[in-house]
Design a protein around this ligand. Structure first.
Ligand code: FAD
Ligand code: UDP
Length: 389
């Protein structure tokens, strides 16, 4: 049932909307949180599939952060399961250690090598570029053309339908390169998953809001905004959609997910490939830069630690985004930034609306960055408003 009035109307029940709702409700405000999906958690949602395997519904979500504050804040709603996320790359008919590290180099040259040998090789391969301006330049300047073509160019073109030279340096620049044998996919200090899954974390955030929260699922905010009087609107959906695409749609990439379940017997037959009993592939994630139409296959059981006989893999196919589809990725490029700035100028002029989250601010943000942004917005809101009802 809709409340007759509320302090704040929050659109989108992902990490941004839930964090804001929890902070504001805990401070005595009444919030109405609306999402057009049938569940909370936004893109970070996870669930048990028909075979009882815990999977990430909208692509793999590896929680990582360098911020003890964010870890502590979310830790109020979940126990953590530490996990170092591991990825391999499949190209030229074999698995490669990835991201590029000493083991990758040894596979390339076919013999055991030292850090010094690899560093010297990189020095010779690397193309000196002082200030890399795009994703091609950032990889060429780190490791040269051979590794760029082996691992980056094809994957990036598939994922973004753009050449790496057309994408911000930060896109490929977020992948580490190391001269030692450390093959962790990520570089953040804290890497962990909610021990019982993201859906439990989100349920606990919702519970912490208490009765001051009215949650409305399966409804577009446009269908209720006029029936719920509110003091301020927080919008975590797509900013261009909010403004009815006044300047034209911002570019997004979409995704299609293909799930496949394998029984214990099928996994036994797969053992020569996976090398691990009970799994379909050797690591949590395998990237396919140069083969197939999908970019990666994820087998989440490696990271969740779930004990179950079968396993589910998810193939991820990049897709063009069209109006009405889920806009998964903002596209970090100079052109998209210029268009976003026009929408942001409109947003800056709003007194009663604040935009936040990955889509609201059109930023390729990770979960911890979105939580940090929402905590800041909550803090500013608490400084500016007193509870009325
Ligand atoms: P979202 O989670 O997108 O939530 C926005 C919500 O708003 C949605 O539920 C949507 O239904 C709702 N909404 C929009 N418009 C309306 C409307 N008009 N009316 C009602 N509801 C509306 N981050 C990491 O830290 N690690 C990872 O490994 C990682 N992997 C990712 C993999 C993929 C494939 C993708 C797409 C993202 C990944 N991310 C990852 C990023 C992560 O998903 C985001 O940082 C996070 O979900 C952003 O939260 P949010 O609340 O801003 O947005
Ligand atoms: N990337 C690549 N090859 C890989 C992995 C990543 O070229 O094997 C590039 C690609 O452009 C990708 C970006 O690096 O979009 C960031 O990769 P990440 O795995 O962080 O992507 P996400 O999980 O955000 O989709």
């Amino acid at each position: 049932m809709l409340p007759s009035r509320t302090d704040f109307l929050i659109v989108g029940a992902g990490f941004a909307g839930l964090t804001l709702a929890e902070r504001l409700c805990s401070a005595g405000f009444h919030c109405t949180l609306v999402d057009r999906r049938s569940h909370i958690g936004g893109n970070s949602h996870d669930e048990y599939d028909a075979h009882g395997v815990l999977i990430h519904s909208y692509g793999p979500h590896y929680f990582r952060t360098n911020s003890p504050q964010i870890l502590e804040y979310l830790g109020r709603f979940t126990q953590w399961r530490p996990h170092v996320y591991k990825v391999q790359s499949w190209t030229d008919g074999r698995y490669w250690s990835f991201p590029v590290n000493l083991k990758t180099f040894e596979q390339l040259v076919g013999h055991r090598a030292s850090e010094e040998e690899f560093a010297a090789w990189l020095e010779a391969e690397r193309i000196p570029i002082d200030m890399p301006r795009n994703s091609e330049e950032v990889i060429l300047s780190q490791m040269g053309r051979r590794l760029y073509e082996l691992f980056f160019r094809g994957y990036t073109r598939k994922q973004w339908k753009l050449d790496p030279s057309e994408l911000d340096a930060s896109v490929c620049g977020r992948i580490p390169i190391r001269t030692d044998r450390n093959d962790a996919y990520l570089k953040e200090q804290f890497q962990c998953l909610p021990a019982e899954g993201y859906h439990v974390l989100f349920d606990n955030m919702k519970a912490a809001c208490g009765e001051r929260l009215s949650l409305v699922l399966g409804v577009d905010y446009r269908d209720l905004k006029d029936s719920v009087p509110h003091r301020h609107l927080f919008f975590t959906g797509a900013i261009d959609e909010f403004y009815k695409y006044r300047f034209g749609p911002l570019p997004y990439r979409s995704l299609r997910f293909e799930r496949e379940y394998f029984s214990a017997g099928q996994l036994r037959e797969r053992l020569p490939v996976s090398g691990k009993a009970g799994f379909w592939q050797p690591e949590l994630q395998v990237n396919y830069p140069n083969d197939f139409e999908f970019t990666r296959i994820v087998e989440m059981k490696h990271a969740t630690g779930q004990v179950c006989a079968g396993s589910t893999i998810v193939r991820e196919y990049p897709a063009d985004w069209e109006l009405g589809q889920d806009p998964y990725y903002p596209v970090p490029s100079r052109e998209s930034r210029a268009l976003y700035e026009r929408y942001r100028a409109l947003a800056d002029g709003e007194k009663d609306v604040t935009f936040l989250g990955r889509l609201g601010t059109y930023k390729y943000y990770n979960m911890d960055q979105v939580v940090a942004q929402a905590l800041k917005v909550a803090e500013d809101t608490l400084a500016a408003h007193q509870p009325l009802i």
